[in-house]
Design a protein around this ligand. Structure first.
Ligand code: SF4
Length: 262
């Protein structure tokens, strides 16, 4: 198994590697990008949706580190672990943007998602887990080289050079097949995985949409990965050439950690 690595939740600085989420923040609102990645303004505020997602990810990481190789874990233990994490990490700066919603409601949703996932995948013998919250560092190439970083929720090996890249989603939105084919995050991870491991022959991209108890899959051709690399490099080069970072006001401002100062 690869070495474990925890997500770095500190704000990235201008010269730090690019990630899918960093690029997404620029696409959503250049001003938010500037505050976070150039000015380095660290905010403790976090939406309840992001907090719920981080706790569910922590519980699933614990589940896969405790199962396999003849070991098992009861669903009650999984829920108790999640509730322990919730209580330990919850703080006043977690905000609820949706009207008439409560933190308790989100905690119950987290429990329901984990139990549905447990029922669907027990006894967790779908391939060999080779990485959990695995940090991938790699380069992509455009007119110059760009350092990339990604944290893969889970990597499994099915044998004979066949790998799966798994990602857990806790949001309500279910993507269409066309959305999956355009998804940048896991395809970038595939580029990183292929550049990290010499034996990779085939990669399956797997999204677990936990709120819907759905598993969605896709693959990328070599040509599609080349186009993605070229488009991502061009985006990075346009960010690095940017000297205006305009505000992009919209409905998502309610979920922005900088909304109180913007
Ligand atoms: S509150 Fe809205 S406009 Fe301001 S930084 Fe956040 S996303 Fe951008």
């Amino acid at each position: 198994m690869f070495t474990y690595s925890k997500r770095d939740v500190s704000p990235s600085r201008h010269m730090e590697p690019y990630s899918h989420s960093r690029l997404s923040i620029y696409e959503q609102c250049p001003h938010r990008y500037r505050l976070r990645y150039i000015d380095g303004i660290e905010m403790d505020a976090m939406s309840i949706e992001a907090f719920t997602g981080s706790v569910v990810h922590g519980a699933l990481e614990h589940l896969y580190s405790r199962t396999g190789g003849g070991r098992s874990m009861e669903p009650e233990e999984l829920v108790a672990y999640m509730r322990g994490l919730w209580d330990e990490l919850f703080r006043d700066s977690i905000f609820i943007a949706r009207r008439n919603a409560s933190a308790a409601e989100y905690e119950l949703k987290a429990e329901a998602m984990l139990l549905a996932y447990y029922r669907r995948h027990h006894p967790f013998r779908e391939g060999t887990t080779v990485g959990l919250e695995h940090e991938l560092r790699f380069s992509i190439f455009g007119t110059r080289e760009h350092d990339m970083i990604g944290y893969v929720d889970r990597i499994t090996c099915l044998g004979d050079g066949v790998y799966e890249i798994h990602d857990y989603k806790t949001g309500q939105r279910l993507p269409s097949p066309a959305d999956l084919r355009r998804d940048r995050q896991l395809a970038l991870y595939e580029i990183g995985l292929r550049r990290s491991l010499p034996d990779v022959k085939e990669v399956q991209l797997v999204w677990h949409h936990l709120a819907h108890d759905r598993e969605l899959r896709s693959e990328r051709t070599k040509g599609e990965l080349e186009i993605l690399e070229s488009e991502t490099s061009a985006l990075i080069e346009s960010i690095e050439g940017c000297n205006r970072f305009p505000r992009r006001k919209g409905p998502l401002c309610r979920w922005c950690e900088y909304s109180g100062m913007c």
